[in-house]
Write a protein that binds this ligand. Structure first.
Ligand code: SF4
Length: 251
């Protein structure tokens, strides 16, 4: 037992102290900086190479809800597209995820998530979430798991994942919603008592991602249920998830 205590003392505090000021490595692909004037063909080559149809041209823009951050477009853009390492990508409005050259990160960061008083009042001190992997590859699920580990320690903000939807205030959806998982997702959602929130995490959940054209997915859930928070990425970094939730909760 004393050995264990000694080990614990040696480890010290492992949680990232000020998560709001945390930085990620330079190579991380986050918010894209778009400068259409640098592209000789308006970004047509990028549009062709994008595996998820996230790029549109005239004007050149990237839909972060579809983007898997593979970086291929950056190579073919003649400098028109450059991914910064800004990881705060969450938005409460789907349309805000479409980034054009006129949009700078600071503007996006200040407006993408609307902190509502009633959400802060209801869930500001405690938010319990049920995660449903609706055909996910386990990438997003792994990062969500990391959000609760000793480093990111999301629990310090009163945000936790729970095992039962009956104990939850909202559902976190990952994966494109396979036909097999569509009824299970609906069941989980229906089992959560009102008021409840819906969070779509990752390109697959937001838009279908790489599987958008598959006949094995069933996304009717989103026709019936509005999404409160979109968190892009493939998968999103735990910081992206935690920051989006803190902004959403007005913390
Ligand atoms: S980084 Fe995003 S926008 Fe660029 S090619 Fe990959 S998926 Fe498409």
């Amino acid at each position: 037992m004393f050995d264990l205590l000694k080990l614990r003392i040696r480890h010290g505090k492992q949680a990232i102290p000020d998560i709001r000021k945390a930085k990620v490595m330079e190579a991380f692909r986050g918010f894209p900086i778009i400068d259409e004037t640098r592209s000789w063909n308006g970004g047509v080559g990028c549009k062709e190479i994008c595996p998820t149809g996230a790029i549109d041209v005239n004007p050149l823009r990237i839909d972060l809800g579809k983007c898997i951050f593979c970086g291929e477009c950056e190579k073919f853009s003649d400098g028109a597209i450059k991914f910064s390492n800004q990881y705060r990508l969450g938005s409460s409005k789907r349309e805000s995820l479409v980034i054009a050259s006129s949009k700078i990160f600071e503007e996006f960061d200040n407006t993408a998530i609307e902190a509502k008083k009633e959400i802060h009042k209801l869930f500001g001190r405690s938010l319990k979430l049920r995660q449903v992997s609706a055909g996910g590859c386990n990438g997003c699920e792994l990062e969500l798991n990391a959000a609760s580990n000793v480093n990111f320690d999301m629990g310090r903000f009163g945000i936790d994942f729970v095992a039962s939807p009956r104990h939850a205030d909202g559902v976190v959806i990952t994966g494109p919603i396979s036909s097999n998982m569509a009824p299970a997702l609906k069941d989980a959602y229906n089992s959560i008592s009102e008021p409840k929130i819906v969070i779509a995490v990752g390109a697959c959940a937001i838009s279908g991602g790489l599987f958008a054209d598959s006949n094995q997915i069933n996304r009717k859930f989103f026709d019936e249920v509005p999404v409160n928070l979109f968190i892009p990425g493939c998968p999103p970094h735990p910081f992206t998830f935690i920051h989006a939730l803190l902004d959403f909760l007005g913390k």
